[in-house]
Design a protein around this ligand. Structure first.
Ligand code: SF4
Length: 340
């Protein structure tokens, strides 16, 4: 690991000021000389591997604003401070009761040790685990723009089938983000440009021909909170994750589902898919296929087919299309059958 300067700013404005001073505004946050850490469960790995080489780390754990560590619930909004740990949010009784999808996605995301360390904001900004991205001897457009993509013709079993490009097929491996995008969450950001809000759906960028640009954040932007709207329907919500082993593994396919039902008739379905796409993936075509329908196996299968119409399989990951469909069908029927 290369030497770096370590600082603990006292508040958000100090963190933004230091980041603004040492980061070039044209830099991507993942490439900037200065980077933020909270749990450091993702960045520390990449620093050890030589994938990330920041010269200055700003540890956000000393920020004095109490709201950064609080979960507030009221007026139809769950507001998570950015430094709330995954485990704390997952174990919050009110969150679990109001919106099980949030708790389940967090519980299934990582081991207990990592859930206790990792912050919510850091979790949604985690980077891909593409094997070729992590090993610096391979060409990788995300790590080294223009160098090529070893995964295209390589062992791409873990890679994405939705949202891919000719330059990158890396999967976004998070789970909590699938819940957030399904539930129309919003992020609050403070940066050199001031405080602003961003739809969670606009936080991550498709790889296109610039896979190295992963989010719409500037290098001095700090996420300070995540807001999730809730209502009576959000109690009928669920996260299903399918993986190679039942603990501590990334999703091969997952589905985040929230259903607003009138009897068995769907007023509104909210669906996101994980393990199969390059970014947190809202499945709008599947939602539209369900609108106004009575949910049964056949209707669920039609929606799952719609979700994967644009999927592009590679040599080793074609299995993700039928697996992703079956995962969504099962998640829809399990959500329908929840006792709420
Ligand atoms: Fe790099 Fe993306 Fe290709 Fe993986 S899939 S090697 S992250 S360009």
């Amino acid at each position: 690991m290369r030497p770096f300067v370590y600082e603990r700013p006292a508040d958000v404005s100090a963190a933004v000021a230091v980041a603004s001073r040492f980061a070039d505004q044209q830099d991507q946050p993942t490439k900037a000389d200065v980077q933020f850490i909270a749990g450091a469960t993702n960045l520390a790995d990449y620093m050890k591997l030589g994938v990330a080489t920041p010269k200055r780390l700003l540890d956000l754990n000393a920020l004095r604003e109490p709201t950064l560590r609080q979960i507030k619930i009221g007026d139809g909004i769950i507001r998570f401070g950015a430094l709330v740990r995954m485990g704390e949010a997952a174990d919050n009784d009110d969150v679990r009761r109001i919106c099980p999808l949030l708790s389940e996605s967090l519980k299934l995301a990582a081991s207990g040790q990592i859930r206790n360390m990792a912050s919510l904001a850091g979790n949604v900004l985690q980077r891909t685990r593409c094997e070729y991205f992590r090993e610096t001897s391979w060409p990788c457009n995300k790590r080294d723009p223009g160098s090529g993509c070893a995964a295209m013709e390589g062992f791409n079993r873990q890679h994405a089938v939705l949202g891919t490009s000719d330059d990158c097929i890396a999967t976004y491996h998070g789970d909590f983000a699938q819940a957030l995008i399904a539930l129309d969450a919003t992020v609050e950001i403070e940066g050199k440009r001031g405080a602003r809000r961003m739809e969670f759906a606009k936080l991550h960028r498709l790889p296109g021909d610039t896979p190295d640009i992963e989010t719409n954040l500037a290098p001095d932007d700090v996420i300070v909170a995540i807001e999730v709207p809730f209502a009576a329907w959000s109690r009928r919500s669920h996260y299903l994750k399918i993986r190679d082993r039942e603990s501590y593994a990334f999703a091969l396919a997952s589905a985040a589902v929230a259903l607003d039902l009138d009897g068995n008739m769907i007023r509104h379905a909210r669906i996101a898919l994980g393990g199969v796409a390059t970014v947190p993936w809202r499945a709008k075509a599947a939602e539209e296929a369900l609108q106004g329908k009575t949910l049964d196996q056949e209707v669920a299968e039609t929606a799952a087919d719609a979700a994967f119409v644009e999927a592009k399989p590679r040599r080793y990951n074609a299995f993700k299309i039928p697996l992703g469909k079956r995962t969504l069908v099962r998640a829809l029927l399990e959500t329908r059958d929840m006792k709420v």
